[in-house]
Write a protein that binds this ligand. Structure first.
Ligand code: PFF
Length: 494
């Protein structure tokens, strides 16, 4: 008997937990601010309804209909497509291996937050003290011991949560989803009561409608939706596969998509109120203190925290606990996407699979916490997200849009769901999303060939970028071959 979520709420919480991650806090506010402020909400919500939610319905629905993770689900459409499924869950395994780095940093920062260890030199603290960043990707060095502890804590947590499969996840997400939200509210209250907060928020939201004329803004909106909803990584297919046969899909997908985007929008207030305050304290305009990515979480925020008039350690701890609880449910969702695929095929216990996965992934992840590890982290992240996931998303839409009986799929979803899907869903999968993903892919490729990402040496992006994507392809081929072999043995036994 296949494992099941405790309840529909548990499933929706887990889906929201995987979608809501660091991207909501450190990517969305910045992208919005840079892309027309309040006006960005227009392309963003259009992207949500024309691509994000249709694909979320596709993924959750496919997992539920086939009762399999991505490899089995695509294999049920055409046996050879199992290979494609292995590739997508391979990407998710790849993501969790480098995503764990951010969690390792967060554990170490949590430790330093107790005494605001970064002092007034947050940038130097991050780069020189924590990362001890080397001069380039060629100079790797050995893993840094304190980050090894952070990394070990991360994998131990993931193992403990996944050891008992989705039944355990059903319980854990009732903590890891609401807790960071409550903590964000605490940070927001603190942020809004600081001088300069409103200047920050004005920067965040002042609409610049002229920006909407630029195609780049639209592509950015689709890219952000895609990343934010954890699409194309097999996560939502795997989670959907643990739903009962008659479980509701469409409304659950709508709730997940809207909650995720609402949380992103809300996180912008937290981030920009703090940045507004920081700009006021430093006597500079807000654009000078804005930052995205690691710069926001590990430099700008720590500075803002140490500038607070009181309770600095308290807010420091709250901030890093927020990051940890935001990230951990995205991490275990990614690992579960992969192990669900394996379990469908070889019927191993969740505990054993979680253990084997962590035993392999933990040593590999140590690469990212060496002195040169940051560069490799950056390159692999870029390639997996900008090329790997976009290509996987494109493949997924084309497969379901053209090779599966998509009309019947819609009828099926409408039978079991509270919200009925119109034919627009099919158009979204067949035309709108593939067209946009193709353009994104081409633009990303052109940009990369014009100039190397971040000016990294080409050999590094060949190894860390294309090389890593090729390794996943190879891994997919191997798993596919073994799986076909297992099937043929079973057939002979019958
Ligand atoms: N959706 C997560 C975020 O916004 O932080 C990141 C992510 C998780 C992306 C899982 C992709 C993925 F497969």
């Amino acid at each position: 008997m296949r494992e099941r979520w405790h309840s529909r709420t548990a499933f929706i919480m887990a889906a929201i937990g995987s979608a809501v991650g660091l991207g909501n806090v450190w990517r969305f506010p910045y992208v919005a601010y840079q892309s027309g402020g309040g006006a960005f909400l227009i392309p963003y919500f259009i992207a949500l309804f024309t691509a994000g939610i249709p694909m979320l319905i596709l993924e959750m629905g496919l997992g539920q209909r086939m009762q399999r993770g991505a490899p089995g689900a695509f294999g049920a459409i055409r046996p050879k497509l199992e290979l494609f499924g292995w590739w997508t869950v391979g990407l998710s395994a790849g993501i969790v291996i480098y995503y764990s780095t951010i969690l390792a940093w967060s554990w170490v920062y949590l430790w330093h937050a107790v005494h605001s260890g970064w002092g007034d030199q947050a940038e130097s603290f991050f780069i020189n003290t924590i990362l001890q960043r080397s001069s380039g990707p060629a100079e790797l060095g050995t893993p840094l011991w304190y980050l090894v502890i952070g990394m070990a804590l991360t994998w131990a947590t993931v193992f403990l949560i996944l050891r008992k499969g989705v039944r355990n996840v059903s319980k854990v997400v009732f903590i890891t989803v609401p807790l960071p939200l409550i903590l964000l509210v605490v940070l927001l209250i603190r942020g809004l009561t600081l001088p300069g907060a409103l200047d920050g928020i004005r920067y965040y939201l002042t609409p610049d409608f002229k920006m909407l004329a630029s195609p780049a803004i639209w592509l950015r909106a689709y890219g952000q939706i895609f990343f934010s909803l954890s699409l194309a990584s097999g996560v939502m297919i795997g989670y959907g596969s643990y739903l009962g046969k008659r479980a509701e899909i469409t409304n659950s997908a709508l709730i997940t998509g809207l909650a995720n985007c609402g949380i992103s929008f809300f996180a912008g207030f937290v981030v920009f109120s703090m940045l507004g305050y920081l700009a006021r304290v430093q006597g500079v305009p807000v654009p000078e203190v804005t930052a995205s990515g690691t710069g926001l979480a590990f430099v700008a925020f720590p500075i803002a925290i140490s500038q607070l008039p009181a309770l600095n350690s308290f807010f420091g701890i709250i901030f890093f606990v927020t990051l940890l609880t935001l990230g951990i449910d995205s991490a275990f969702a990614l690992q579960e996407a992969f192990t669900t695929g394996v379990r469908d095929k070889w019927n191993q216990s969740p505990g054993k699979l979680a253990f084997v996965f962590v035993a392999i992934a933990f040593p590999i992840s140590l690469i990212f916490i060496t002195k040169g590890g940051f560069y490799w982290f950056d390159i692999i992240d870029k390639w997996i997200c900008d090329f790997g996931l976009v290509a996987a998303g494109l493949g997924q839409c084309l497969i379901v849009g053209y090779l599966d009986r998509v009309q019947d799929f819609r009828v099926y979803l409408n039978e079991i769901s509270e919200v009925k899907l119109g034919v627009w869903w099919i158009w979204a999968l067949r035309y709108v999303t593939p067209a946009i993903l193709t353009v994104i892919l081409i633009v990303n490729l052109i940009n990369e060939f014009k100039s190397s990402y971040q000016g990294y040496p080409r050999w590094a992006t060949w190894i860390g970028g294309w090389g890593v994507l090729a390794i996943f392809l190879l891994l997919a081929v191997i798993l596919y071959k073994i799986s076909s072999h297992t099937d043929s043995i079973h057939n002979k036994e019958k």
